[in-house]
Design a protein around this ligand. Structure first.
Ligand SMILES: Cc1cc2nc3c(=O)[nH]c(=O)nc-3n(C[C@H](O)[C@H](O)[C@H](O)COP(=O)(O)O)c2cc1C
Length: 360
């Protein structure tokens, strides 16, 4: 049993904001809020997903997991299927290029008790697209009907997909993919508002996402560049989308799923002690996830660097964290820094690109 409650001080700030979130049903799947955590490789493991759900994410999706890794019984891949008891609204995301292999892996993935299985159709990474998986699936829409059908036939839980708007500017085909997906019983679609060739450059095309959502073909989740509670709240208030997915935003603003429901999201109630508490909680959860100590150091260091970004003196701490030899050092340096920090005010230039590389 991995669950341990937050302190009363933190929970008392969380609860009223949690209560402001409207529930949403996408297809047959119930979520606690229309703000969902987007899948992110090497980030959205069970500890991070549980933490984000307890900090207000209405649901979460795992990192992308290889269908071949699962089918070959690869231990590391199978460990990625782990779901914690406290996780409620979790989807497992698989990637692959061939229906039968995806169906076989889906059967294994659903044994862990996810609420849905999601197909990665947005990954732009060469290693994945060169084999025909990720966003390369968008290049041959005529093959998609059979692909979805084969996977869906193997499943007892709903099937969902996450795509980009198209392969490139000249082949934007999200609408066509939506029609095919609906025909085959896919229950919702999440769309990252960029093409594959765009990578992470420029801005997500929200005009296009809003148009697609207003077609009302499938329950629609818009995604891309919602990195701040102010922009997320604004989008929530005006969108045609049934839900929004946030990926990189929660890395620098881990309370974003709650802060987006503040009357004034520029003034957050969360303090440096709250940041310390959630960092400690993530470390505790990580120890329930794996006993591989090397992972503790790598995961804690990167998560802390993201969470504290924008705080006064954060870059100095970052340098020290990368020099630290073990996770205990990392945790101690972080505690000393956060306890001495007078304010949790963040100074981040959101016009600068951030983490321009990912699998979707
Ligand atoms: C580090 C990183 C890893 C990602 N891994 C995945 C993934 O495994 N599956 C997926 O569908 N998308 C993945 N993505 C894409 C995100 O889910 C999301 O579509 C994208 O980052 C745009 O949303 P954002 O601006 O809110 O981050 C990843 C993105 C990043 C930055």
């Amino acid at each position: 049993m991995s669950f341990k409650p937050f302190s009363k001080t933190l929970q008392n700030k969380i609860d009223p904001l949690m209560a402001r979130r409207p529930k949403v049903k996408l297809g047959s799947i119930d979520f606690d809020s229309p703000l969902l955590l987007a899948p992110m490789s090497a980030i959205c493991n069970a500890p991070f997903r549980e933490l984000m759900e307890r900090l207000g994410a209405g649901g979460t999706v795992s990192e992308l997991i290889s269908c071949h890794g699962i089918n070959n019984g690869n231990e590391r891949t199978r460990n990625m299927l782990k779901i914690f008891e406290a996780e409620k609204n979790i989807g497992i995301q698989l990637f692959g290029e061939e229906g039968e292999a995806m169906a076989e892996a889906s059967k294994v993935a659903q044994e862990g008790g996810p609420k849905f299985i999601d197909i990665n159709m947005g990954c732009p990474v060469r290693k994945v697209v060169s084999k025909g998986g990720g966003s390369a699936l968008l290049k041959e829409p005529l093959k998609l009907g059979k692909f979805f059908n084969t996977i869906k036939s193997a499943l007892e839980v709903p099937l969902t997909i996450k795509i980009r708007t198209g392969w490139d500017e000249n082949s934007i085909n999200a609408l066509e993919v939506m029609h095919i997906a609906k025909e085959e019983g896919v229950e919702f679609i999440a769309v990252h508002g960029r093409t594959r060739t765009q990578g992470y450059s420029g801005q997500a095309k929200w005009n296009l996402l809003e148009e697609l959502a207003s077609e009302k073909i499938l329950p629609f989740i818009g995604n891309g560049d919602l990195h701040h509670p102010v922009t997320t709240k604004q989008r929530l208030e005006m969108t045609n989308c049934q839900a929004l997915m946030l990926g990189r935003g929660p890395l620098r603003s881990p309370f974003i799923f709650l802060e987006s429901y503040l009357d004034d999201p520029t003034t957050s109630p969360f303090t440096t002690s709250d940041y310390l508490e959630i960092i400690n909680e993530y470390y505790r959860l990580l120890q329930h996830y794996t006993d591989w100590e090397r992972v503790y150091l790598i995961q804690m260091r990167k998560l802390i660097v993201w969470f504290i970004s924008g705080f006064h003196g954060a870059s100095k701490l970052r340098t020290k964290l990368f020099e630290a030899k073990d996770v205990e050092d990392v945790m101690k340096l972080t505690e000393d820094y956060l306890l001495a920090l007078p304010s949790a005010k963040k100074n981040i230039d959101f016009t600068q690109s951030f983490m321009s590389g990912g699998h979707g």
